[in-house]
Design a binder for this molecule. Structure first.
Ligand code: AMP
Length: 217
């Protein structure tokens, strides 16, 4: 079993690319954002703590997120694809220590680069399926659903994430800019790291990333 990582700012296409990869390769998709949103909607103890932090576009504390991730890795047999994790140097270091302790290999670390001025429009126009088991991702202009506000895949209503407002996006970008460089420096220069141009259509980004996965199989 290997652990692959998708890195990049909010709106760079991590979630969309991850869903496409899972359709093509045998991978378990672990999005810490999805895990936390699920905890919020279920009203668990972690969810109650995380709700306001997430709505404000801040990061949930490292120990909480690491704990959720390590619990999900226990007993996993398929290769895992992380989306939205790690997000800080502390998370990257803790993950490295955990993987070594379990003799789990690191696969690809794919860094999806998109200029900051493109990201806000992507995030503000993003709509997601309200059915967590589906979670399909749309965009009002770039990828509208066939029927307004209804998921093409499962027929559930679409929703606008609380943290996809313009205001929360600015806060998320500030968090990203403060934490991303030290974290990515941890991987950059290493044999697993690949930088990908994400300022393209989802299908073109997917072709590039899936080629990397085929080469790495
Ligand atoms: P995402 O769906 O990846 O955009 O994540 C949505 C929100 O969940 C983030 O803005 C954070 O509040 C929280 N979150 C997700 N992943 C992490 C992480 N690795 N560390 C801390 N907070 C996270």
């Amino acid at each position: 079993m290997k652990v692959h990582i998708l890195l990049g700012p909010p709106g760079c296409g991590k979630g969309t690319t991850a869903k496409q990869l899972v359709g093509e390769f045998t991978l378990t998709h672990l999005s810490t954002g999805d895990i936390l949103r699920d905890a919020v909607s279920k009203g668990t103890e972690i969810g109650l703590r995380a709700k306001a932090i997430m709505a404000a576009g801040k990061l949930v504390d490292d120990d909480t997120v690491n704990g959720l991730v390590f619990a999900r890795l226990q007993g996993e047999t398929h290769d895992v694809l992380f989306d939205g994790y790690p997000r800080t140097l502390q998370q990257a270091q803790a993950l490295g220590t955990f993987l070594s302790s379990q003799a789990i290999e690191t696969g690809l670390v794919v860094d999806i680069e998109v200029p900051e001025n493109v990201l806000e429009a992507r995030v503000v126009g993003r709509r997601v399926c309200s059915n967590n088991d589906c979670g399909a991702i749309y965009h009002l202009q770039n990828k509208p659903p066939k029927v307004e506000n209804i998921c093409d895949k499962c027929g559930s209503p679409l929703k606008h994430r609380a943290d996809d407002s313009s205001e929360a996006f600015k806060s998320r970008m500030a968090e990203f800019n403060a934490t991303f460089q030290p974290m990515v420096d941890f991987y950059r220069g290493g044999k697993h790291y690949r930088l990908v141009d994400g300022n393209n259509t989802p299908d073109k980004v997917f072709v590039t990333v899936s080629k990397l996965f085929k080469e790495n199989a």
